[in-house]
Write a protein that binds this ligand. Structure first.
Ligand code: IFM
Length: 452
């Protein structure tokens, strides 16, 4: 029985730095990731995205693979440094020409392009001026959004400003395990605000260039439950949720920053004023610009215990609510949390168009003697999560799309090439691609509009 309406969009996703390679070709500038991967000890095995999946040169093959499985939509990200190499100077026409070719190839193959402008690869030239901690980066981003949407807007109608602002700000500026590698909580809060503000500033720019298009933003969510019923664990979980989810969803949907978190951050010395000093008059209105859809990236859910509620891996142990296993990232598999979170976004914020813009699993299965990749565990992960989306729709939640992360095995940031999320296996020595069983399976899901 079909569980998804005909206008529900199924797709796949990837990001520029993780697949493109060609890191210094055709006038591309240096990004913070190009710099970061060269710092000793930052990336597992010293891996880099210099070549990655060589998608820059092999994209026709990758588009053909998508087409062969009947995948109707592809969410790509553009590399800011291909377009404005140092973030501020002249536009590089060869960078635009690459995305022109890619978009045309997709359209010729019947695949609808969805474009995300920022997936963490800030121009190093802007980082040298403070990166996202510098308010001027907001205008630099709006200019980049203008250039891209003017260039591609005749063919690209689906736009996303940012992907996972929590990761870009907190893993980049607080944890330091992602570029630019800083470890300052206050700076991370400032960076997060400027990223959100740049979203608000870019949306009207994109709308002006693509009046018949749609614009949204993608937020990585991390649902959680208290580890026990104790008042301490319940309070810790509330704080974790504020830190990880509400700090982003609330301002995007016009509620401003959550007051319990403003107070907590002030008490913890994250800023020494009554209100966050980086928030200037008018900012919150700008961030709350109406959007056409909200994207949610979902992989896992956590339990939170008192004491360490600001760290991402808090309470990852199963505790009283055991998950349905773990992926090779060590992430608990909790599909029911996806259903619940989608419902929450609809209930709490009145979102009328919600998409799962990333969901997927890392498993290392590779080609066997028959050269096929029998990735049953990935198929099962995707099956239960697509079912979880259908469950949300049955509860009345307006979910309109689902994108698998990722089409290819690619560069998994600080973990290098050790994790494989792809529907297509990639030999990172030769660049050879081998479609996994999950690619054909996903094609069936799309064709029958059901994961069952
Ligand atoms: O690979 C990442 C992606 O860049 C952002 N979302 C999560 C994925 C898996 O970790």
């Amino acid at each position: 029985m079909s569980r998804f309406a005909n206008d529900f969009v199924f797709g796949v996703a990837a990001s520029a730095y993780q697949i493109e390679g060609a890191w210094d070709e055709d006038g591309k500038g240096e990004s913070i990731w190009d710099r970061f991967v060269r710092e000793p000890g930052r990336i597992l095995d010293g891996a880099t995205g210099d070549v990655a999946c060589d998608h820059y040169h092999r994209f026709p093959e990758d588009v053909a693979l998508m087409a062969s499985a009947g995948i109707p939509a592809y969410s790509l990200t553009t590399a800011w440094t291909r377009i404005i190499p140092d973030g501020l100077g002249p536009v590089e026409p060869r960078g635009i020409a690459f995305y022109d070719r890619l978009v045309d190839e997709l359209l010729e193959n019947g695949i609808t392009p969805y474009v995300t402008l920022y997936h963490w690869d800030l121009p190093q030239g802007l980082q040298d001026r403070g990166g996202w901690a510098n308010r001027d980066t907001v205008d630099a981003f709006a200019r980049y959004a203008d250039v891209m949407s003017a260039a591609l807007g005749d063919r690209v109608k689906h736009w996303k400003t940012h992907n996972e602002p929590w990761v870009a700000s907190f893993i980049g500026y607080r944890d330091g395990s992602f570029a630019p590698g800083h470890t300052d909580f206050s700076e991370a809060l400032t960076a997060a605000h400027h990223i959100l503000l740049s979203h608000g500033r870019a949306v009207p720019v994109i709308r002006a260039n693509v009046p018949d298009g749609e614009v949204g933003i993608v937020v990585d969510c991390r649902p959680s439950v208290p580890a026990t019923d104790s008042a301490e664990d319940v309070a810790a979980q509330q704080h974790f949720d504020g830190f990880r989810n509400r700090w982003f969803f609330d301002p995007i949907f016009g509620k401003g920053y959550p007051s319990d978190m403003v107070e907590a951050y002030r008490e913890r010395g994250r800023f020494d004023a009554e209100q966050p000093p980086f928030v200037l008059p008018g900012d919150l209105d700008e961030i709350a610009v109406p959007i056409d859809f909200i994207g949610i990236n979902y992989y896992t859910a956590l339990e939170v215990a008192a004491g360490a509620e600001e760290t991402e891996d808090t309470g990852i142990a199963p505790g009283p609510n055991p998950p349905d296993g773990y992926t090779e990232m060590g992430w608990p598999i909790v599909p029911s949390a996806l259903t619940a979170f989608l419902k929450r976004i609809h209930d709490d914020y009145g979102a009328t168009d919600i998409r799962v813009t990333e969901n997927g699993a890392s498993y290392s299965d590779g080609p066997g003697p028959d050269r096929a990749v029998h990735d049953e565990r990935r198929i099962e992960y995707l099956r239960v999560h697509i079912q979880a989306v259908a469950d949300a729709i049955e509860l009345g939640v307006p979910v309109t799309g689902y994108f698998v992360w990722s089409i290819l095995d690619n560069f998994e940031w600080a973990l290098g090439y050790s994790q494989r999320f792809g529907l297509v296996w990639v030999d990172h020595e030769t660049g050879e691609r081998v479609p996994k069983d999950s690619l054909a399976w996903y094609g069936e899901v799309i064709a029958t509009r059901s994961p069952d």
